[in-house]
Design a protein around this ligand. Structure first.
Ligand SMILES: [Zn+2]
Length: 107
């Protein structure tokens, strides 16, 4: 079963959680267990993509700064859209296709 307070796995029929000491008054229902599993998976996924989100965030800010500080005025909004959204999207699509292809080849 799972602790209703911290969500960690504890021995079945435990009265108290070994991890946080929370009193367990009822068994964890299957639906609660499912929710905990989904939450854990989501956290793991976001940890993986965190690095890419940071890189993209930095890139997005960089293009924004260029847009507002460019004195030559040739860096237009359409260019901002291309660099901030279109280009990362194309790169991401390329990486995704490459990964898909390489996983197929390995099989
Ligand atoms: Zn606990």
């Amino acid at each position: 079963m799972y602790c209703k307070q911290c969500g960690k796995e504890i021995a079945d029929n435990s009265v108290f959680c070994q991890h946080c000491g929370c009193k367990q008054d009822a068994k964890t229902t299957p639906s609660e267990k499912k929710i905990i599993e989904i939450t854990t998976t989501t956290i793991n996924l976001s940890d993986k993509s965190k690095k890419w989100l940071v890189i993209y965030g930095a890139w997005f800010l960089m293009t924004l700064i260029f847009l507002f500080y460019d004195e030559e005025d040739y860096y237009e909004f359409s260019m901002f859209l291309i660099y901030a959204i279109f280009l990362p999207y194309v790169i991401w699509g390329g990486v995704w296709l490459y990964k898909k292809k390489s996983s197929k080849d390995s099989k």
